[in-house]
Write a protein that binds this ligand. Structure first.
Ligand SMILES: *Cc1c(COP(=O)(O)O)cnc(C)c1O
Length: 462
């Protein structure tokens, strides 16, 4: 028998019902009206009936989903500390506080309070960057990709830039050196071969059209075996011999030597400048542990040129991120307490025994929540720093390794991973050898992790 859709209540009648009043109170009249309309349209399409209350309850579910924040917190148990897809560096409390302080109120972003005159927004961080890198001057932009574009576009527009074939990298998210160069308006001259590039290759590539020399740090890969690159100092000397600037894109520029905490060495901007670079660029939200931004330090005259490029205005930082960056840099003044205060460094330097103890604590609770569905074991594993930093150096860590019960199948472990992603605070692990692995290096909120385990819903049989 056909459904009599004329029996569906009218929009107005639904909105006047007692049940709708609470929804209007919570979300407002316009969104509620829209949700009721959409719900009624959906019912008509499905040839289904509902009374006023039924329509309201469906509209409420629709509104809850619509009004929920799209970006929300997650548990990053992937084993990659600086995970680009999960937001990279976690800001230090001081940085979050500094950011919050200026966001809802006027600030002296570009105002010289003493003189009552116009100021420079970069002045809030310039002094700290000079102090921490030894550079003459510094400028900041939206991210390190923008920093590279700004350097190339300012110094080499319409000109040629020789780069080693071993450094024509892709960093993910469509940052490819050859394409960036083209968009910045320069001509890439490929030099040497993938595994070996010599000084004489660069020497031969330099001509009247050459505007600068550039080195790109191989952040997310390593060429091993029969390899040879040109030492930075030699490249710098060659550039200077021809009167050209030499830029070094470090990628993940850590400001202090990581060896201090037993971590592998990553070149610092200070070292890159000492080796002869005229400009050095690096990210703010990789190893530095600050907000997303790109930092360029180096020669005063060249920084002034970058600042005069109209692109600088298009790529500049907002007041919130400048405040967060300033506060992050201030933490570097006291390296003794840096590992406590800077979350990125705190996670990277977390003691293996500490992570192992967390794994032992959590294993029984996770096993209980997964009883009959999966077995849980503690295994040793290795975390990655991520975001292109130190690609071959892995940090010893411990994980909870979940193995589905019953017939072994890839689908079952995928379902398990989906169940953890469906939690109110999604838990992200990695799948390896048909197991779902949770590296506990980055788990600081154990209580929050355990509290939501009761809500796990694992679909289908395993
Ligand atoms: C990460 C990286 C970039 C891009 O930096 P973003 O801050 O992500 O824009 C550029 N160059 C190198 C060498 C990098 O490692």
């Amino acid at each position: 028998m056909p459904v009599d859709l004329s029996r569906l209540p009218a929009v107005d009648r639904v909105l006047k019902s007692e049940a709708a009043a609470a929804l209007i109170e919570r979300h407002g009249r316009a969104p509620t009206t829209e949700a009721v309309r959409a719900t009624l349209a959906e019912l008509r399409t499905a040839k289904a009936l509902a009374d006023e209350e039924g329509v309201v309850s469906r509209a409420a579910a629709r509104l809850t989903a619509e009004m929920a924040a799209s970006q929300r917190p997650m548990f990053n148990l992937s084993g990659t500390v600086l995970h680009t897809n999960l937001g990279r560096a976690l800001l230090a409390e001081a940085a979050i506080a500094a950011m919050t302080e200026v966001l809802g109120r006027p600030s002296n972003l570009e105002f010289d309070v003493a003189d009552g005159a116009r100021g420079e927004r970069d002045d809030h961080v310039r002094g700290w960057l000079r102090r921490l890198t030894g550079a003459e001057d510094a400028t900041v932009v939206n991210n390190n990709a923008a920093a590279v574009v700004l350097m190339l576009n300012t110094l080499a527009l319409g000109k040629a830039v020789p780069v080693s074939r071993g450094e024509l990298i892709e960093i993910g998210g469509a940052f490819r050196v050859p394409e960036i160069m083209a968009r910045a308006g320069c001509r890439l001259i490929e030099v040497g071969t993938t595994n070996r590039t010599h000084l004489r290759d660069f020497e031969a590539a330099i001509g009247p059209e050459t505007a600068m020399l550039m080195k790109v740090h191989p952040s997310n890969y390593a060429v091993v075996g029969f390899t040879s690159g040109v030492p930075e100092a030699d490249l710098a000397a060659l550039a200077h011999k021809h009167g050209l600037p030499f830029a070094n894109d470090l990628g993940s520029g850590q400001l202090v030597d990581l060896e201090r905490w037993g971590l592998p060495h990553e070149p610092t901007p200070r070292e890159a400048l000492a080796a002869g670079a005229d400009l050095v660029s690096f990210s703010g939200d990789k190893l530095l542990g600050g907000p997303q931004c790109g930092i360029i330090v180096g020669r005063r005259d060249l920084i002034a040129k970058l600042n005069r490029n109209p692109l600088k205005r298009a790529l500049r930082l907002d007041k919130g991120r400048l405040a967060a960056l300033e506060a992050t840099l201030r933490l570097y003044a006291d390296p003794d307490r840096l590992a406590e205060r800077l979350p990125t460094l705190r996670l990277l330097t977390r003691r293996e025994s500490d992570i192992a103890a967390a794994a032992q604590r959590l294993r029984p609770q996770l096993a209980a929540a997964l009883a009959g569905k999966a077995e849980v074991a503690v295994e040793s594993c290795r975390s990655q720093i991520g975001s292109g930093a130190l690609p071959v150096d892995l940090l010893p860590s411990h994980c909870l390794s979940l193995k589905t019960v019953g017939k072994k199948s890839g689908a079952a472990v995928e379902r398990l991973a989906a169940a953890f992603r469906a939690l109110p605070v999604p838990v992200i692990g990695r799948i390896e050898d048909d197991r779902l692995k949770f590296d506990l290096r980055c788990l600081e909120d154990e209580a929050g992790f355990v509290a939501q385990l009761a809500q796990l819903k694992i679909e289908g049989g395993t």
